[in-house]
Write a protein that binds this ligand. Sequence first.
Ligand code: IMP
Ligand code: MG
Length: 189
Amino acid sequence: MSASERSAFTSDPNLRVLLDAETIQNRIREMGQSITSDYAGKRLHLVAVLKGACVFLSDLMRHIDLPVSVDFIGISSYGSSTKSSGEVRITKDLDMSLLGKELLVVEDIIDTGLTLNYLVNIFKSRGIDSIEIAALLDKPDRHEIEVHARYIGFTIPNHFVVGYGLDVGEYYRNLPFIAVPEDPSKFSK
Ligand code: IMP
Ligand code: MG
């Protein structure tokens, strides 16, 4: 365990570390290098999905060696906190137009895939053809709809996870690692 993880979090008996901070950082560096070579000579427009993707975005963008612009979209699922309905309400729309941009949507996790599918359809309806996805985590066992993500950090088993942007009941987003909460209801109220 690295020094950055020697904190009160690590003694939290509710948390079982799935991906430690160093593993996450190494993989994000690789993802940034792939994106940099795939989009060589182009400008890239990153759209991060609030709130979960903000930690991933902030690390990923620093490993992309290209002219990059950044925007955010806020969405709220109509489902419960641990189950997505796929119907999405936009709580904060984009500030910038997408027209003419090479768009890379940055998301924390593909679970059922319903949220990203919904978002891609929204962006397509706004006339955008060049849409790719970078997701830090993918849970293939949970997919209800196939979403093609060009960049995936880690494929993980079907566990509810927290940390590195991901929450339960708005807590745990600030963990520098990704963990499985033994009792997800602990902070869900
Ligand atoms: P979807 O099921 O692919 O539509 O995922 C919708 C959203 O649910 C994701 O963007 C996450 O914010 C959240 N989510 C899905 N799985 C997890 C998890 O394991 N931990 C925390 N949030 C999750
Ligand atoms: Mg989310």
